[in-house]
Write a protein that binds this ligand. Sequence first.
Ligand code: HEM
Ligand code: HEM
Length: 193
Amino acid sequence: MKLTNTNQSYGLIAKSFHWITAMLFAVSYVAIYFREWLAQSEFENWFAIQLHMSVGISIGVIVILRILWRTLDPVPTNETKSQLIVVSKRLVHFSLYAIMFTMPITGYLSIANYLHSGGGKIDFFFVYDLDFSGDIEIQKVAGTTIESLEKVAELVHVFLGKWIAGLLIILHVFAGSYHHFIRKDDTLRKMFF
Ligand code: HEM
Ligand code: HEM
């Protein structure tokens, strides 16, 4: 399998970015809803939120590398000539990239004040403490304080995470299945190993 994309298929690097991200999304959702619906003890609660944050930060880092890579390695051509399908695909992919950026940023901002005031730490994958306490410099973002951003960041994070991201992913998976099972083209195969 080629490392880079061809006209017919994504390459190993683009596929790896895609499937690692998809897996991290799944872990992020399982962790946060396990915490909300099932966690019984302090430990389970802590474990789930730490896992959610670690995975979320990783998605934020990966999406930067992924977009850089995408600018260097042109994606395969479209399977269809239908303008409607091409435009909706672009719109959904663009929105998915936007979600991969906004979720980690709003997630971090929603607890930044708590982290900076020394209230807690992010135990990145339980091996490395991301300790932001006392880091005053970052307290000001574009003339406003992190504290004042906290509530709005939380609202955006929860709204996008609960409704928009889930909806986009469902649409995206349905579109892939529609291509594979109904149109019987190679769209899904392009992204598989
Ligand atoms: C792509 C990455 C992420 C996704 C898809 C995501 C998604 C979600 C979802 C769906 C919720 C639950 C919303 C609800 O109440 O129903 C949530 C809550 C939360 N997330 Fe994230 N998140 C991501 C990244 C992060 C990051 C990087 C952090 C922090 C560094 C974070 C911190 C939190 C916190 C603290 C909550 C709890 C909010 C509350 O209960 O009030 N998230 N997230
Ligand atoms: C079971 C889950 C998934 C399946 C079956 C799937 C399938 C696919 C397929 C077939 C493509 C290629 C579409 C084409 O080029 O015509 C694709 C691209 C893409 N997928 Fe997924 N996907 C899944 C999950 C996800 C998740 C969770 C995300 C992110 C939140 C995501 C984000 C993207 C993006 C951004 C692209 C565009 C790649 C590019 O051309 O730059 N996918 N996916």
